[in-house]
Design a protein around this ligand. Structure first.
Ligand code: MN
Length: 198
C-alpha cells in the first residue's frame, strides 16, 4: 500500500508563536508531501512496496542498489517528518518526569546537561539534518544525522527529534537557528518521548 501523508496531529496555528502557522503549512503540506510522493515512486513495483517506513529504514542494506539511496532520502524524509510532528504538541514543553527523567539524569547528569547537549547538536550541525535523542540499547544519547538519514538505519531507537533543515525555520527565524531551537523546546511533547521510551 502506498504511503500517505498523515494529517498534522494538531492545528497549523497550534504551536504559535514558537513554530508559526505558515511554516507548518509549507513544511507539512509541501515538503512532507513531496517525501511521501518520492518514497512511493522509489519503491513502486519492488518487494518493499508494502513494507512500513521503519522496516525499510532498519533494512536499507537489503534493498536493491538502485533503490537504496532514494529510499534513504525519501522514506527517511517521510518517517522523520512524521516523527517530528509527533515530537511536538500545543501546550507542551516543560520537563520530563518519571522513568524518562531518571534515564536523562543517568545519561546526562541532569536535565540541563541534556538540554545543553541537544542544543549544541542542533545549533552546530553543519548543513541540513536532524538532531535526535536516541536509545542505543543500553543508554540515552544525543546524535545528529545528515540529510534524511534515520537513526533506525544504525540500529538505534529514536525518542525525540528536531528538524534543523532551513525549511523548518527560515520563514520565521531566517538564519537564526539558535532562536528556532530555543523556541522549539517550548513545544516538545515529553509525554510522547516517555511513551516511546517505554
Ligand atoms: Mn523538514
Amino acid at each position: 500500500m502506498p504511503f500517505e501523508l498523515p494529517p498534522l496531529p494538531y492545528d497549523y496555528a497550534a504551536l504559535e508563536p514558537h513554530i508559526d502557522e505558515q511554516t507548518l503549512h509549507v513544511h507539512h503540506d509541501k515538503h512532507h508531501q513531496t517525501y511521501v510522493d518520492k518514497a512511493n515512486a522509489a519503491l513502486a513495483g519492488s518487494e518493499w512496496a508494502n513494507a512500513t517506513p521503519d522496516e525499510i529504514l532498519r533494512n536499507l542494506g537489503k534493498l536493491p542498489d538502485d533503490r537504496r539511496t532514494a529510499a534513504r532520502n525519501h522514506v527517511g524524509g517521510h518517517a522523520n517528518h512524521t516523527f517530528y510532528w509527533e515530537s511536538m504538541g500545543p501546550g507542551k514543553g516543560g520537563e520530563p518526569s518519571g522513568a524518562l527523567a531518571s534515564a536523562i539524569e543517568e545519561a546526562f547528569g541532569d536535565l540541563a546537561g541534556f538540554e545543553q547537549a541537544f542544543t549544541d547538536a542542533s545549533v552546530n550541525h553543519f548543513g541540513s539534518g536532524w538532531s535526535w535523542l536516541v536509545h542505543d540499547g543500553s543508554t540515552l544519547k544525543v546524535i545528529s544525522t545528515h540529510d534524511q538519514e534515520s537513526p533506525l538505519s544504525s540500529g538505534l531507537t529514536p525518542l525525540l527529534t528536531c528538524d534543523v533543515w532551513e525549511h523548518a525555520y527560515y520563514l520565521k527565524y531566517q538564519n537564526r537557528r539558535p532562536d528556532y531551537v530555543a523556541a522549539w523546546r517550548n513545544v516538545v511533547n515529553w509525554d510522547k518521548v516517555a511513551e516511546r521510551l517505554s
